[in-house]
Design a binder for this molecule. Structure first.
Ligand SMILES: Cc1cc2nc3c(=O)[nH]c(=O)nc-3n(C[C@H](O)[C@H](O)[C@H](O)COP(=O)(O)OP(=O)(O)OC[C@H]3O[C@@H](n4cnc5c(N)ncnc54)[C@H](O)[C@@H]3O)c2cc1C
Length: 584
């Protein structure tokens, strides 16, 4: 076991982690630990753009952006945080431009902007051009630009280091972050990173669904590590289903396709979104569009022999526009479906996409131990965190924005904290939990297989806690997850070796997914209303009297060792906007 000491340790090298690292490295001795090579992080898969009210192509301002974000989140958004997001968006984009990001340009040379779902002029009058983009490779460009700037700043990376545990030490009755425990893929060695400040930027957890846009690696390791240590997770029942995944595969086709004029059609060729969202039409918020698609399918207007999908139609757009603005996704349609988007509509269905919930933080990125107390030295930013700027449903292009705005804020706050504080003593046997976990899996003679349990988990999540939910379906999921968690105790791996043991790590990742799936389902069962991405057919209306509040889920361990999820609630911060009925 090796022990390292750094002022600031960042877990994850996606957009949030690297944006934080650029700030933290200037102010403190910083290490970034990442299970993937930085440029393979999921941020690199982001397509459509990053929101900022630059008003380069038409009138816009940050207040309209704030309003759209709050409305998009079905009023569960903390409005002080949304205001920061929208205001700081402008500098966030300009900072990336100065770092060298090649945005698409208008004819007069400013950053070009396009339409995206839920972003509107003057509180919903009409769609507005707010998304700054680099073709349909915006995330790729952000990730490369941030990585180059990390190299320039001399950021120290530990690549293929898996963080498996959060170290907490109690000092005078206060729980403080002492560092993290990591497993090195190449050697199988366990490393302790003692740090004055730790920032989690480890991304989402979409892999508990089967049809998903998320990469294989999005297994919620960061959320699971802090949850296991008794810290809460906020609003986990809110998961976003993006309307346009490639049929049956879930691979994403950006909303930018509709921003460029693409239209959704049912089997009769009808532009059905006109019925559900008369003003914003195909550019209504994602929860609304995904529900509309499934309503069409359920009522028999789906396409194909099984009627299980609808079409994304780009055929009326000039080929030059598709080539210039949407080169990747049109290529995906050719590669994965053998379809020519110039002439044929593309079969799509909603795909599990984004975790609105996560590790609760305040606007400085400080992690909360309960509704009000922060954990000294612990920070989180990006998809792993819940600030909450996305509330019950995130608007497209607000996540690339979130990782830049709150990644930067967390990087500064954590480094300033490290400058003013000393190391917290490590707990006794800091590696004990990870060593025990690794040894148990290596020595297990059980008869359960990781791939099989993961498949069953994903199937139950897709069937029971997707776009439409009821008490009955969620209960089915809760029971199935409990069964899978029991069977997980007998999981065995085939590779018993030390070097590059991905078998072992996939088993650990599955354990994380099971923990988070349980939190999600239990949180969803208790929320007896419909709001944003959480739609209960048995409670189809939003209920502000009883549920205008954030869910806070805690792990409780009984005297006999049984684990349960305990739920508590936290008020929503409302400043300017009173909740209204949500119409698009
Ligand atoms: C296909 C797709 C398209 C998208 N398009 C857009 C878009 O156009 N606009 C928009 O705003 N949003 C978009 N999103 C959402 C957005 O891209 C993500 O929410 C955002 O990039 C997440 O960034 P992040 O830095 O939080 O995490 P990620 O980029 O996922 O990075 C996570 C990092 O954590 C590391 N990590 C994870 N676990 C561990 C561990 N145990 N130990 C060490 N390191 C770990 C990984 O190695 C990785 O470096 C899209 C998402 C997808 C999936």
């Amino acid at each position: 076991m090796k022990i390292h000491k750094y002022d600031t340790v960042i877990v994850g090298a996606g957009g949030a982690g690297m944006r934080a690292a650029i700030e933290a490295t200037k102010r403190s001795r910083t290490a970034v630990l990442t299970k993937l090579y930085p440029t393979r992080s999921h941020t690199g898969a982001a397509q459509g753009g990053m929101a900022a009210a630059l008003a380069n192509v038409e009138e816009d301002n940050w207040e309209w952006h704030t309003f759209d974000t709050v409305k998009g989140g079905d009023y569960l958004v903390d409005q002080d945080a949304a205001e920061i997001l929208a205001k700081e968006a402008i500098d966030a984009v300009l900072d990336l431009e100065k770092m060298g990001l090649p945005f698409n340009r208008t004819p007069d040379g400013t950053i070009d902007q396009r339409r995206f779902g839920g972003h509107s002029r003057n509180h919903g009058e009409a769609p507005v051009r707010r998304s700054c983009y680099a073709a349909d490779r915006t995330g790729h460009m952000i990730l490369q630009t941030l990585y180059q700037n990390c190299v320039k700043e001399g950021v120290e990376f530990f690549n293929e280091f898996y963080v498996l545990d959060q170290l907490i030490t109690e000092e005078n009755g206060v729980k403080k972050s002492a560092g993290v425990v990591a497993y090195e893929l190449a050697t199988g060695e366990i490393h302790i990173f003692q740090a004055k400040a730790v920032i989690y930027a480890s991304g989402g957890c979409g892999k508990f669904f089967k049809v998903t846009s998320n990469a294989h690696t999005l297994t919620g390791d960061g959320q699971a590590a802090v949850y296991r240590r008794g810290l809460p997770l906020e609003d986990m029942e809110f998961f976003q289903f993006h309307p346009t995944g490639i049929w049956r595969m879930g691979i994403l086709l950006t909303e930018g396709a509709r921003g460029e004029g693409g239209i959704l059609r049912n089997k009769d060729g009808e532009r059905f979104m006109e019925k559900y969202a008369p003003v914003m039409k195909d550019l209504a918020s994602r929860d609304v569009v995904s529900r509309s698609i499934y309503t069409e399918i359920r009522e028999g207007r789906g396409c194909g022999p099984e009627g299980d999908h609808v079409f994304l139609d780009l055929t009326h757009l000039p080929p030059e526009q598709l080539d210039a603005k949407l080169p990747d996704i049109t290529e995906f349609a050719r590669t994965y479906l053998g379809i020519e988007p110039y002439t044929d509509p593309i079969p799509i269905q909603p795909t599990a996409h984004y975790a609105m919930g996560g590790i609760p933080t305040n606007v400085e990125g400080e992690v909360l131990a309960d509704n009000t107390t922060v954990v000294p030295g612990l920070y989180a930013a990006g998809e792993v965190a819940c600030v909450s700027v996305h509330g019950a449903n995130r608007l497209g292009t607000n996540s690339l924005l979130d990782i830049n705005v709150f990644g930067r804020r967390a990087g500064i706050a954590a480094a300033e904290y490290s400058a003013e504080h000393d190391y917290v003593e490590l707990p006794e046997n800091p590696a004990a939990l990870v060593e025990e976990q690794v040894e148990r899996l290596r020595n297990s003679t059980g008869n359960e297989r990781v791939a099989e349990l993961r498949r069953e988990l994903q199937e139950t999540m897709d069937a029971n806690v997707m776009v439409f939910r009821t008490e009955q379906t969620i209960k089915t999921a809760v029971e199935k997850i409990a069964e899978l968690r029991e069977r997980y105790k007998n999981v065995a791996i085939q590779d018993k070796g030390k070097r590059f043991n991905t078998d072992l790590l996939e088993a650990i990742e599955l354990g994380n997914l099971l923990d988070l799936a349980e939190v999600m389902a239990v949180s969803a069962l208790a929320r007896k209303e419909s709001r944003g991405g959480h739609y209960r057919e048995d409670y189809p209306n939003r209920d502000d009297v009883n549920f205008m509040r954030h869910t806070m889920a805690y792990r409780e361990v009984g005297d006999d060792g049984t684990e349960t999820v305990r739920l508590d609630y936290k008020p929503v911060v409302q400043t300017r906007y009173q909740p209204m009925e949500r119409k698009y």
